[in-house]
Design a protein around this ligand. Structure first.
Ligand SMILES: Nc1ncnc2c1ncn2[C@@H]1O[C@H](COP(=O)(O)OP(=O)(O)OP(=O)(O)O)[C@@H](O)[C@H]1O
Length: 918
């Protein structure tokens, strides 16, 4: 399973529940999976077909969702397709029944209308599971009941031996039971995960649909949207959606619109542009609901209270599916709460009407509460023992608590005096001193309470009423869709214990709406804080790394566009972040990054590596940051010759130098030329020689030993150039900045010359001594003083050459294959890779050639890619020492080289220091 996970999905670990669920499916057991949005449910049905080599059937409610999923799976090298009305390739049906696909999506209608011969044929080749995604649609108690889902049990009869897997993010206990019964599931394994989406911040504010609020919202969105993922703004009406969309476009924000009144073609186009990152913001109605599978949505805004808490959880759950910090704001106005009847009109039964009403009230309560919102959400979905989250507006805002005993006494008494026959408006109007006809007709103007609550707005009183309802002082009864308010026993007790002049203290936390009402007369409903999204995106990055991250996002976008796919299908933002942080220089290192799968490495790896190398150079960022150095195979011959001088002598080298610099220095010490190092094959593309010079100079600054004579010769630092540089420095009177020095010098004097001289001086190496001693150097015009000094012998450097320079000529080595190679035996151009491991035997041969033949015990096994691969494959995870032991007699360096190579080719992978075959 882990192998499939890494190979196709690029991940090295399963998330909670995934592995158990997959195992149960592989064992043939029905499963009910209820896990949070974005928790990774899809993977549970995508892995088994790859393990078993049989087709997985996935029932999904929306064509757009299927198309997105198929696109993403194809980008992972998984054979996936869908059957549905928009499928224009007629061959798909035939291929599907012959079992050509790993994952086959279809709508419930399609699944029920396929002839039984289709299923029988497919069963013969193999079906490993039937998954019902968004399974809550089966239940009348669910918030999105679809009658086509009810028909799915007919498939049970046809596919008796196939495990059924029902998946949903939102299912109360009632809904779960309904799913199990409807699908005729047999003793299903139930995996009920937490609903908690810890990376999401939840916030709520009251607002008025005014131009000033809209302007403020547009300004906020524009501050972060250009470089911080995507945003969805959900509206409750098409009119709101159109108005917001227009305002965003007028402000120059790339935004699209999506609602049910658009043609299906226009909707598709809008959806497509959004998932391909061509739009920053999508303004949509609920029509843009389930099936938005885009992982990098950073912000979901609700412009109006949604119709149920389940809908809210689903829609806000579109946010931050890649696990990165994301924000959900909900803006509500009082008028939103008057829509219950409208939503109930959709009900097809009394049960459904009740369910709609209940979840609508829950959404209202969510808006009005002053305590932890996440806790409320989780408890609504049946999770107990939850604590305050510290990551919602009510937890993070400064809580304002106040003794509201007098106000509560007035409201409770007034509700009681009105006889519990009214909604909230009547007692509030009485308190505010209204003399409307209804009040006069009922003689409520005669009540002693009449007019005593004038100091607060009606909205303020309603907010207090919501607090008193949630604390059980008031209760709401729904009668013929009217909401009547009456006093509860607890409320009655409170009223009895008090009088007009004295009440028991009742300390309550004010809601943000109450505060707004008190401080700004309800006019200042400020948009919640969205701006920090832009900074969150690059948290933990230096400025240069943040730049690299954004450039890599652009590159991913371009690659995706060229390929007609969505950027996130290549890899997620989280993975790009890791790439920007690590800056891998080789395929193997790229492959090691979580989220990088085989398909990515094969298809885009070289392109990414080239860009990383160039951009890192431009931004002065080292490659292979944080990579633990191991003996690498990137230039295998150098390893052999360096065993005596590398890690042993520089135990802290990792701390001082990045892997790329250390590796360049190693190769240099092994006798490779600067050009050879620049072209060494471990990298996807040659790097510049100047970069190699820079790397070696940095090593020198860190007191790594350098053969200066050889180095100066190679970069062409002559005595004449040294004296020219010195004159230039004297002339400008400073050596702090290179540019003015360079400007004083002739063309042939390079920055590398200047840098080298300065570093030599900094670390106390005399340039004159070094340059002067080498007779093979032919200075263009030897300058007197430096030539004189050249007679002096540099004992330190010379000793170093004698002791550690390569003992045999690199050029003399036999190259067993015909590809052009550098003197180190490595290819000068990136090698075209093949899927067939045997094709790489040449690499093993080359390694042997480079390391020289040696005495091997008679029983020693020959080390080739296929031999190593075969043996690793036959084991359940082996350590390097096991491999060395098994292939005893072979050099560890050769084995390490082969393993690294096989890792880069996704033929083996390493987890917890154990190698396993893919
Ligand atoms: N083991 C894993 N390691 C890292 N990322 C993972 C893992 N499993 C899944 N993911 C990623 O998590 C994200 C959400 O996964 P997925 O789409 O399966 O969620 P879901 O539970 O089906 O959500 P929803 O209910 O909203 O459809 C995807 O980007 C997916 O690639």
């Amino acid at each position: 399973m882990e192998l499939v996970l890494k190979k196709y999905f690029g991940y090295s670990q399963f998330r909670p529940y995934q592995k158990e669920i997959i195992q149960k499916i592989l064992d043939g057991r029905d499963c009910l999976v209820v896990m949070a949005t974005g928790s990774g449910k899809s993977l549970c049905y995508q892995v088994p077909p790859l393990v078993r080599g049989k087709t997985a059937i996935v029932i999904s409610p929306l064509l757009s969702l299927m198309q997105d999923q198929v696109m993403s799976l194809k980008q992972r090298g998984i054979k996936a397709e869908y059957l549905g009305s928009t499928q224009i390739n007629h061959a798909v049906h035939h291929e599907a029944e012959s079992g050509s696909f790993d994952v086959l999506y279809m709508t419930p209608e399609k699944a029920c209308s396929l002839p039984s011969r289709f299923w029988i044929k497919l069963l013969n080749v193999g079906i490993c599971l039937l998954a019902v995604d968004e399974a809550h649609c089966i239940s009348e108690w669910g918030h999105d009941f679809r009658k086509e889902y009810k028909q799915l049990h007919t498939l049970r009869g046809l596919l008796q031996s196939v495990p059924f897997v029902a998946l949903t993010a939102t299912a109360t206990e009632k809904v779960r039971n309904d799913i199990i019964c409807s699908l005729d599931m047999n003793d299903p394994y139930s995996a009920i995960g937490s609903f908690d989406r810890q990376n999401l911040f939840y916030g709520v504010k009251s607002f008025s649909r005014s131009q000033s609020f809209l302007d403020e919202l547009v300004t906020e969105v524009s501050t972060y949207s250009a470089n911080a993922g995507s945003t969805i703004i959900y509206c409750t009406t098409v009119k709101d959606a159109e108005q917001i969309s227009e305002s965003l476009r007028n402000a120059g924000i790339k935004s699209g619109i999506y609602h049910g009144q658009m043609s299906s073609k226009a909707r598709e186009e809008s959806h497509r542009s959004f998932i391909r990152d061509e739009l920053q913001v999508m303004v949509a109605t609920v029509a843009f609901g389930m099936g938005i599978d885009k992982p990098n949505i950073r912000c979901v805004i609700h412009y109006g209270c949604p119709k149920s808490l389940e809908t809210y959880y689903q829609e806000s759950g579109r946010c931050g599916r890649d696990g990165l910090t994301s924000i959900c704001w909900l803006y509500y106005s009082r008028s939103d709460f008057a829509k219950a009847d409208f939503y109930c009109a959709e009900a097809q039964s009394e049960n459904q009407r009740k369910a709609i009403m209940e979840s609508f009230r829950a959404a209202e309560k969510y808006c009005m509460m002053a305590t932890c919102r996440r806790k409320f959400l989780l408890q609504y979905f049946g999770e107990r023992n939850t604590n305050d989250c510290g990551n919602c507006d009510n937890c993070t805002g400064c809580k304002r608590e106040r003794d509201l005993s007098r106000e509560s006494f007035l409201l409770l008494s007034c509700v009681r005096s009105c006889g519990g026959r009214w909604g909230l408006n009547m007692p509030i109007d009485v308190l505010r001193g209204s003399r409307s006809r209804k009040i006069l007709d009922n003689n409520f103007d005669k009540l002693s309470l009449h007019g005593l609550g004038k100091d607060y707005s009606a909205a303020w009183w309603k907010a207090l009423a919501a607090l008193l309802i949630s604390d059980d002082y008031l209760k709401e009864n729904v009668q013929d869709s009217y909401r009547l308010v009456s006093i509860s026993p607890r409320g009655l007790q409170f009223v009895h214990s008090a009088s007009m002049v004295h009440q028991t203290p009742l300390v309550l936390a004010l809601t943000s709406e109450m505060i707004d009402e008190e401080e700004h007369g309800g006019l200042q409903s400020k948009v919640g804080d969205l701006q920090n999204l832009a900074t969150l995106q690059c948290e933990g990055f230096s400025e240069a790394e943040a730049k690299l991250f954004h450039k890599l996002l652009d590159i991913r976008m371009k690659l995706a566009r060229d390929d007609g796919t969505a950027p996130y299908a290549i890899c997620g933002d989280q993975t790009i972040k890791k790439i920007a942080k690590i800056r891998p220089s080789t395929r193997a290192r790229l492959a090691n990054i979580d989220g990088v799968n085989q398909h990515l490495v094969k298809k885009y790896g070289d392109s990414f590596l080239q860009h990383i190398s160039h951009l890192s150079q431009e931004l002065n960022l080292p490659l292979d940051e944080g990579t633990v150095l191991t003996a690498t195979a990137e230039c295998p011959n150098s390893q052999r010759k360096l065993t005596a001088v590398t890690m042993m002598e520089y135990p802290n080298s990792q701390k001082k130098l990045s892997a790329a610099r250390f590796s360049a220095w190693q190769m240099w010490q092994a006798g490779l030329s600067l050009q050879e190092i620049a072209n060494s094959p471990g990298k996807s593309a040659p790097i510049k020689e100047q970069t190699v010079v820079g790397y070696i100079l940095e090593a020198a600054r860190e007191r790594f030993e350098i053969n200066w004579t050889r180095f100066c010769k190679e970069i062409g630092l002559t005595p004449e150039i040294v004296s020219q540089i010195r004159s230039a420095i004297t002339k400008i009177g400073s050596r702090d900045r290179l540019k003015p020095i360079k400007e004083e010098l002739p063309e042939n004097v390079s920055y590398e010359h200047i840098r080298t001289l300065l570093i030599m001086e900094d670390i106390g190496v005399s340039a004159g001594d070094i340059i002067g001693e080498t007779s093979t150097m032919v200075p263009e015009s030897p300058s007197s003083c430096d030539v004189a000094k050249s007679e002096v012998h540099s004992s330190v450097q010379e000793a170093c050459i004698r002791k550690k320079a390569p003992s045999h000529s690199l050029e003399s080595m036999t190259d067993p294959i015909s590809t052009p190679t550098t003197p180190c035996g490595c290819e000068t151009v990136p090698r075209k890779r093949s899927e067939n491991p045997l094709h790489f035997e040449s690499f093993a041969k080359k390694l042997h050639a480079l390391h020289g033949q040696e005495e091997k015990p008679n029983d020693a096994l020959e080390v080739t890619e296929s031999a190593v691969l075969e043996w690793v494959r036959s084991q359940d995870g082996v350590s390097l020492s096991d491999i060395v032991e098994h292939f005893k007699g072979s050099k560890k360096d050769i084995l390490v080289g082969l393993l690294t190579y096989l890792e880069g080719e996704f033929l083996v992978f390493k987890k917890n220091d154990l190698y396993r075959a893919m």
